[in-house]
Design a protein around this ligand. Structure first.
Ligand SMILES: [Zn+2]
Ligand SMILES: [Zn+2]
Length: 93
């Protein structure tokens, strides 16, 4: 049970690698773009992580949308976000 909890917890943390001299795991907070669904961490510098998804201004690397991020929470991320995505899209349009 404990390992299952850890697995869920890790889903909200970036498992990419820091780029630029260090080969450390990122472990940053993951965010999901509500415009395109891309998931990645946010870094203060461009391409600072192998799985970076957002710039410091929360611009999505995948689609270029700004401010469309939502924090990927541990536990309910999979089911909750799937249900809320259509509503968010409807509100945007
Ligand atoms: Zn990262
Ligand atoms: Zn996007």
């Amino acid at each position: 049970m404990a390992s299952y909890e850890n697995l869920k917890k890790d889903m909200s943390l970036c498992d990419g690698e820091r780029i630029g001299g260090y080969a450390n795991a990122c472990r940053g907070q993951l965010y999901r773009c509500t415009a395109c669904g891309a998931v990645g961490c946010r870094q203060t510098k461009e391409h600072a992580c192998s799985k970076q998804g957002f710039s410091v201004a929360f611009k999505c690397y995948a689609c270029g949308a700004v401010g469309k991020e939502e924090a990927v929470a541990s536990g309910h991320a999979a089911s909750k976000s799937a249900a809320s995505t259509p509503e968010r899209l409807a509100n945007t349009d």
